[in-house]
Design a protein around this ligand. Sequence first.
Ligand code: S3P
Length: 177
Amino acid sequence: MRNIVLIGFMGTGKSTVGKRLAQSLAWDFVDTDSEIGEVTSLSVTEIFRRHGETRFRSEERIVVARLSQQDRIVIATGGGTVVDPLNWEALARKGIIVALHASMEAILSRIGHKNDRPLLKGTNEEIEKLWSERQACYAQADFTVDTSQKNIDEVVSEIMARLGRRINNEFSGVAND
Ligand code: S3P
């Protein structure tokens, strides 16, 4: 059985949904940002501040390579993880890639002006630019769930239903949506 990999922009709900989804499947849950934090003993903010984004991305690649060896885990990635094609390839080889989408309005209202995400320190226009640039990448997922107007249970149910359909289709040879 493959892993389930949640991708998407900051504030789309990857970690919250991932934890709940893992519980529903009785699988382990792993969050790449938390793994990086454990390996480096630094928060994401601290790594960016002390060592810069390049160091963060290299730690992220190591974590992804390690997690991609495992089975039956739900992985919540950071918003920029799969922008690196090597990470995408490693995660996709062993996993079903599920994108969580949210509108810019929903993201801004969820994240507010919290200071724990280094890439969200800019203006709303800068955040929106990053969000727009990343959409084409996220759109390559096996399927996408829009979380803008849904609560966690609704998002998890939708993912479970679509995973069920994919698994049935894979066995019956029907093309997936
Ligand atoms: C990032 C997203 C963050 C974290 C880091 C960089 C990004 O994760 O990995 O701050 O490039 O979008 P979340 O999406 O979990 O906030």
